[in-house]
Ligand binder design. Structure first.
Ligand SMILES: CC(C)(COP(=O)(O)OP(=O)(O)OC[C@H]1O[C@@H](n2cnc3c(N)ncnc32)[C@H](O)[C@@H]1OP(=O)(O)O)[C@@H](O)C(=O)NCCC(=O)NCCS
Length: 145
């Protein structure tokens, strides 16, 4: 199930974050900030079972298609969860483009975006301080006539 983030998800999100971005994890104040700015497009993917809910991953994006962050719990990768989260951006009505910044060293995420039909369209030197960002972008196909 994919649903909007709620405050009770924060601890799980912070754990996924520290495992996914060990060099520069967002802290809880940053996530609260994103929750206030993007209440409808800060989404979590979760499993519900008898012991309660398990948060498997999250995505934060803006309505104009900027993917601010996406991460899936390391134990649940390569199961299609990232793709399902990314589809939420790609399905925004009348979207002009979707784009994200990716560390040059993050080959896994680059392979993920390329598989999702994004293209590398640019590079921002030292975007992460001592590391460049690649800009990956997807534009919706033109409607068939
Ligand atoms: C990038 C990330 C969100 C992908 O999530 P995921 O749930 O594992 O992705 P999916 O299972 O939906 O992958 C879809 C396809 O993308 C490609 N792909 C995904 N991760 C890949 C990897 N590490 N290496 C190569 N290809 C990969 C594969 O083609 C995959 O399909 P397949 O498993 O059938 O071969 C996840 O690896 C992650 O959280 N990484 C750490 C955080 C991060 O780097 N976020 C992006 C920052 S810009």
């Amino acid at each position: 199930m994919i649903r909007p983030f709620s405050l009770s998800d924060l601890n799980s999100i912070l754990q996924i974050e520290s495992q996914s971005f060990p060099k520069s994890p967002y802290d809880w104040t940053t996530f609260l900030h994103f929750h206030m700015l993007h209440p409808d497009t800060f989404l979590v993917c979760c499993n519900t079972h008898s012991r309660g809910e398990e948060i498997l991953g999250y995505i934060i994006f803006s309505q104009d298609g900027h993917i601010i962050s996406i991460a899936v719990h390391p134990l649940h990768r390569r199961k299609g969860i990232g793709a399902r989260l990314l589809q939420k951006v790609m399905n925004i009505p009348n979207l002009q483009k979707a784009w994200a910044e990716v560390r040059r060293s993050n080959l896994g995420a680059q392979a993920f975006y390329l598989r999702m039909e994004f293209q590398i369209v640019g590079l921002v030197p030292n975007y992460y301080g001592n590391e460049d960002a690649l800009i990956v972008q997807w534009t919706p196909p033109l409607p068939r006539r």
